[in-house]
Design a protein around this ligand. Structure first.
Ligand code: WTA
Length: 629
C-alpha cells in the first residue's frame, strides 16, 4: 500500500507491527524474484540470527535494470556531473546502463571473478563506480567499496580483512582543484596484501602511472575484449550482496555484511516512501558511494525504483561555494539529499552564491549522517527550500542498511531538528541506564530496535562474535544503535548523538581507538586519548591528548608528524583539529580513561568537571586544564 496521507502512514505502521510478515511479503511482491520466499522471517536477537525471505531467489540487478527495460529503457538512469563544470555531464539511460553493467560483469568474469569472491572497489565518483558495483552484483561477487579518501594502510586493512581477489581503481581522481594519485595509494597498500590477483584500472585523470605487469590491467582494454550479454547469477535472498566497513568504538573497522533480498526490498521501499519519489523526478544524493548512503540511496534504492539518480564527482566548494546550487539548477533537481555538515559550510558562504541560481525545481529536501541543528535546518528551509519544500531528516546507519526514522516528505508534520517517526517496520525502544525499556513520551534514553527489519546487517564479516558483542549484548534481545535519543511529548524522536566512542566528524564515523592507535605509533608518543568536541561546521572535531616521551623536541614539528601519521594510517578525515601534549591522563584506579572529563575540557568547559574523586591522580586534571587549547 502506498502511503499518501498521515493516516495511511499510521495504518501501514500498525500493520507492520501487528503482522510484520504479511506487511513485508506484500512489499516484496512488487519485485522480480526467480522464486518466491518460503519463509518471510526467521529471527533470534540473542544468537543473533536474522533471515528474511528464505528460499527466495533473485538478482538485485535484474530489479535495478532488466525489469525497467520494457517501460523506461530510454529514461535516464544516471546523470553524472563531473568535478569540472566545463566537462560535459553524462546522461546514461537504463538501456545503456544495462549494457555497460553486463559488459563490465564479463570483464570481471574474464579475470577470474566468481560468485562469492570479494572485490574491492576504490574509485572516484564516476559512472564506472556505479557500474562496477552493479557488475559485481550481477555475477554474485561481493563488493567492498572503500571510500577513495582512505589511506593506503586503511585500504590494505580492508582488502586483507575481506580477502579480496580483485581491486578496481582508477589512475587518479579529481576533487576540487586537486588531482589525487589513487593508483599509487593502491600500489602502496597492495605491498601488504597477498590475496589480490588483479587490479583493473580506469583511465580518469590520464596522469602517467605505473602498471605492474601480470597484475594490473587497463579497464578500457579489458572492456574491448568483453561480450555484451551477461545473464544475472541467481542468488538466494540471504546470499551476501556486499561488505561495507564502518568504524566502531574499539578495534579495527567492522565489515558490515548486507544480503541480497532484504536489502533490496527495504532500500527501495524506504526510498519511495520517505522521499515520495514520483516517476520523472530527478533525485540527487550528494553522498559518496564509498559510504552506505551512496550504496542505498544513489545506487540500489533509486535504480530499483526506476528513478533518475545523480552522481556528483566534485565537492561543494569548487569552483565556488555555489556549486551545489548550480548543479540543482542545471539538472533541474526535484529531490535533494545532503549532509548537515555541507549545509553548515554553505550557510557560512555569501548568500549570493545561492541567489544567483534558480532553485525552483526543488520540491523535497533531505539530510543524513548526523544531527542537524535548528539554525542549519531553518537556513536550509528558508534559503534552499524557499519555505515550501519539506525537509526529511533521515536517521539511519551503515548497519541498518536503510532509513529508519524520518518524516515522510509532505506527509509527516515537521519539527526542526527532529527525525520524527519510525518508518513502517521499525520498532524503536529507548533504554535507560539499567537496561530497562522506557515507555511513553517525554523520555530520553539509548536508542535500540526490538524487531528485525529486512535490510539490517546480518553479521560482521568473519567475526560474528564481535557482531553479537557490539550490537546485541548491551540490552539482550535488542539491537543497540550506539545513539542517544529523546522522544518528546508528541512522540517525535530527536537523535542526540553517539553515546559510545565513535565521533562523527563532517558526517564520517571515526573510532577514537583507531585514531589513538595511529598516534601511538609515533616513537615519541607514550599514550593518547582522543575525544570529540562540538565544531560549528564539522559537527564534531577531534581533540587528541598526547603523553609524549621526556624529550618532545619541537612541539609544532611533532604535531605535524602526528597529523601526517594519522593521515597515512587512516586518511585526512581523521586528523585531529587540536593536539595537546600532557603529562598524564585522568584515569580511574582500574586504569580506565575518564573521557567525560576530557570531553568537557575539549569543549571549553573548564569549570564543573563533575566528580573526579574516583581518579587515581586528580592533580592530572588541573594540569590538563592549564594547558587546554
Ligand atoms: C548518525 C549514515 C542524527 C548517528 C547513514 C548514526 C544521525 C551514525 C542521522 C551512522 C540523523 C545518521 N540525525 N544522527 N539524521 N543520521 N546519524 O553508519 O550517530 O555513516 O549512528 O550511516 O550517524 O553513520 P553511518
Amino acid at each position: 500500500m502506498e502511503i499518501r496521507s498521515f493516516e495511511d502512514y499510521q495504518k501501514a505502521y500498525n500493520h507492520s507491527v501487528e503482522a510484520p510478515e504479511e506487511f513485508w511479503s506484500n512489499v516484496a511482491r512488487s519485485f522480480e524474484w526467480h522464486k518466491p520466499a518460503e519463509t518471510i522471517l526467521e529471527w533470534d536477537f540473542h544468537k543473533p540470527e536474522v533471515r528474511w525471505f528464505s528460499g527466495a531467489q533473485l538478482n538485485i540487478t535484474e530489479n535495478c535494470l532488466d525489469r525497467h527495460l520494457a517501460t523506461r529503457a530510454e529514461q535516464t538512469a544516471i546523470i553524472w556531473e563531473p568535478n569540472d563544470p566545463q566537462e560535459a555531464a553524462q546522461h546514461i539511460s537504463y538501456q545503456q546502463l544495462h549494457s555497460k553493467v553486463c559488459k563490465f560483469a564479463n570483464v570481471l568474469k574474464q579475470n577470474g571473478a566468481e560468485k562469492g569472491d570479494r572485490i574491492c572497489i576504490y574509485m572516484p565518483m564516476v559512472p564506472e563506480l556505479a557500474i562496477a558495483v552493479l557488475a559485481c552484483a550481477r555475477i554474485g561477487a561481493i563488493h567492498s567499496v572503500v571510500f577513495a579518501g582512505f589511506s593506503s594502510s586503511a585500504l590494505a586493512d580492508r582488502i586483507n580483512d575481506a580477502k579480496c581477489k580483485l581491486v578496481l581503481t582508477s589512475d587518479g581522481s579529481f576533487r576540487g582543484s586537486k588531482v589525487i594519485d589513487l593508483k599509487s595509494i593502491v600500489d602502496e597498500g597492495l605491498q601488504h596484501c597477498d590475496c589480490v590477483e588483479k587490479v583493473i584500472v580506469l583511465a580518469r585523470t590520464h596522469e602517467s602511472i605505473k602498471m605492474h605487469p601480470g597484475r594490473d590491467l587497463w579497464w578500457h582494454e579489458e572492456l574491448a575484449k568483453a561480450a555484451d550479454d551477461c545473464a544475472a547469477t541467481v542468488m538466494e535472498a540471504e546470499d551476501m550482496l556486499f561488505i561495507l566497513y564502518t568504524s566502531g568504538s574499539t578495534g579495527k573497522p567492522k565489515g558490515m555484511v548486507h544480503t541480497c533480498g532484504g536489502y533490496m526490498v527495504y532500500t527501495t521501499y524506504t526510498f519511495q516512501t520517505a522521499f515520495q519519489y514520483e516517476p520523472g523526478d530527478v533525485y540527487w544524493c550528494t553522498a559518496d558511494i564509498g559510504w552506505i548512503t551512496g550504496h542505498s540511496y544513489i545506487v540500489y534504492g533509486p535504480l530499483a525504483a526506476g528513478a533518475t539518480t545523480v552522481m556528483f564527482e566534485g565537492v561543494p566548494s569548487y569552483p565556488d561555494m555555489g556549486r551545489f546550487w548550480e548543479v540543482v539548477a542545471k539538472h533541474k533537481i526535484n529531490i535533494f539529499y545532503t549532509a548537515p555538515t555541507a549545509i553548515r559550510a554553505l550557510e557560512k558562504a555569501d548568500i549570493s552564491f545561492v541567489e544567483r541560481h534558480d532553485l525552483s525545481s526543488l520540491k523535497t529536501l533531505g539530510t543524513v549522517g548526523e544531527p542537524i541543528n535548528e539554525e542549519a535546518w531553518h537556513w536550509y528551509d528558508e534559503n534552499i527550500g524557499k519555505g515550501n519544500c519539506p525537509i526529511i531528516d533521515t536517521w539511519w546507519q551503515t548497519e541498518t542498511g536503510g532509513i529508519m526514522i524520518t518524516p515522510i516528505a509532505g506527509i509527516t508534520p515537521l519539527k526542526p531538528a527532529f527525525a520524527t517517526l519510525p518508518l513502517p517496520g521499525v520498532q524503536l525502544a529507548l533504554m535507560d541506564e539499567q537496561g530497562q525499556e522506557l515507555t511513553g513520551d517525554n523520555i530520553e534514553g539509548r536508542l535500540s530496535i526490538k524487531f528485525p527489519w529486512p535490510s539490517m546487517a546480518r553479521t560482521i564479516y568473519g567475526n560474528h562474535q564481535r557482531f553479537k558483542e557490539t550490537y546485541f549484548s548491551a540490552y539482550p534481545g535488542y539491537y543497540f544503535t550506539g545513539d542517544g535519543c529523546k522522544r518528546d511529548a508528541d512522540g517525535y524522536h530527536r537523535i542526540t548523538g553517539r553515546v559510545d566512542d565513535v565521533i562523527i566528524v563532517s558526517g564520517h564515523n571515526l573510532g577514537t581507538a583507531e585514531i589513538e592507535s595511529a598516534i601511538d605509533e609515533h616513537h615519541k608518543v607514550v599514550e593518547t586519548a582522543v575525544v570529540g568536541y562540538p565544531h560549528d561546521i564539522k559537527g564534531n572535531a577531534i581533540y587528541a591528548y598526547v603523553i609524549g616521551k621526556d624529550d618532545l623536541g619541537d612541539e609544532d614539528q611533532l604535531r605535524t608528524e602526528i597529523l601526517r601519521l594519522v593521515s597515512d594510517t587512516i586518511g585526512p578525515i581523521a586528523k585531529p583539529e587540536k593536539i595537546q601534549f600532557v603529562s598524564g591522563l585522568p584515569k580511574t584506579r582500574s586504569g580506565k580513561i575518564m573521557r567525560r572529563i576530557l570531553r568537557k575540557i575539549a569543549s571549553g568547559e573548564i569549570e564543573n568537571l563533575g566528580d573526579t574523586s574516583t581518579l587515581l591522580d586528580p592533580a592530572v586534571v588541573h594540569s590538563i586544564q592549564q594547558g587546554a587549547l
